[in-house]
Design a protein around this ligand. Structure first.
Ligand code: AHM
Ligand code: MG
Length: 319
């Protein structure tokens, strides 16, 4: 049996351009370093919070800051990257390079799970830019998107918009191809939502979840299972691997902010991956990838995963 291709070997034929290939190698190196830091963080004095809050008003964990610094360090070494947008930076960071690309990232998503040793991740999006003024682009314009999942193994999941590939990090620090052309099953009977927010939900979300809970006795006509890790990367990875739907809808508590999750570095790259894998990604009223951002930290409702389930809740929103 031949050994799996390394990420670099795979990129030789799969990357649309040498520059994009180099950008993915840069991001992968940052993710590999973050994964290494996470492995021993509790005994390295890196657990717990800082005394800072980010622009989202959330207390930063030490590892949020460390992960952000690792991204910045790697990105500075790639002359093609001019701008970094990060969940942990109030403003877009202008690198001294004149390159034609911007990266938007959440360096460490789901960091509230760190203290209990549950999978977290890094999410990234790659955009082409002429100048700093160009960074507010709809997700459909992304050149690449993906995430690293730091779980029992470290996975890198990547799309250039037409297919999805999964790589696993070896002990030698090299990512190797695990799965290519991943497809999300169109049908599924597994949903992921923070059900403790039921009282804040709109009518469509309540109706959708009520139907699922009713199982074979309700309008959906089948029994469902529910999983909510509270770590988007972990929930989306499960959905990519075996189907399902993830929902963080607009609700009465998140209404004023426009939603819970961020468009440019959480929703858009995940929507790119899910659509490239044959699934659907919606705000409830249309494709996430068509939403024009009005700010780098804009929030958005997120409903994505198996096509048939996304269509069922979109139909409930139309009622
Ligand atoms: P973060 O970027 O501050 O980590 O927040 C995003 C996370 C997602 O990973 C996860 O899906 C969601 O927040 C969980 O929210 P909740 O705590 O409301 O269940
Ligand atoms: Mg996040």
């Amino acid at each position: 049996m031949s050994s799996p291709k390394t990420l670099s070997q795979w990129l030789e034929t799969a990357a649309p351009s040498p520059a994009l290939s180099g950008i993915i190698v840069t991001i992968a190196a940052a993710c590999a370093e973050i994964g290494g830091v996470l492995r021993t963080a509790p005994t390295d004095g890196l657990a717990g919070a800082t005394d800072h809050t980010n622009i989202q008003g959330e207390t930063q964990k030490q590892l949020d800051v460390v992960s952000n610094d690792i991204f910045i360090k790697h990105i500075r070494q790639n002359v093609d990257i001019q701008i970094l947008v990060s969940e942990e930076l109030d403003e877009a960071l202008h690198i001294e390079n004149q390159g034609g690309y911007a990266i938007a990232c959440d360096p460490l998503d789901g960091s509230s799970n760190l203290d209990v040793n549950v999978t977290v991740g890094s999410i990234f999006s790659v955009l082409a830019i002429q100048s700093a003024a160009d960074i507010l682009q709809p997700g459909s314009k992304q050149l690449a998107g993906g995430y690293a999942a730091y779980g029992p193994s470290t996975s890198l999941v990547l799309s250039f918009g037409t297919s999805v590939a999964v790589f696993t990090l070896g002990n030698d620090g090299v990512f190797r191809l695990d799965k290519d052309n991943v497809k999300v099953p169109a049908a599924s009977a597994e949903y992921a939502i923070n059900a403790a927010r039921y009282r804040f939900w709109d009518a469509a979300t309540k109706a959708y979840v009520d139907q699922n809970v009713a199982g074979e006795t309700g309008a959906a006509g089948k029994r469902f299972n529910m999983r909510w890790i509270g770590s988007m990367v972990a929930d989306i990875h499960r959905i990519l691997m075996r189907g399902g739907i993830f929902l963080y809808p607009l609700d009465s508590e998140t209404l004023a902010k426009g939603g819970r999750l961020r468009l440019m570095y959480e929703a858009s790259p995940m929507a790119l991956l899910i659509e490239a894998a044959g699934g659907a990604a919606s705000t409830g009223h249309g494709r996430i990838l068509e939403v024009q951002p009005n700010g780098i930290h804009q929030r958005i409702p997120v409903i994505l995963g198996s096509r048939d389930e996304v269509a069922r809740i979109e139909a409930l929103y139309r009622q």
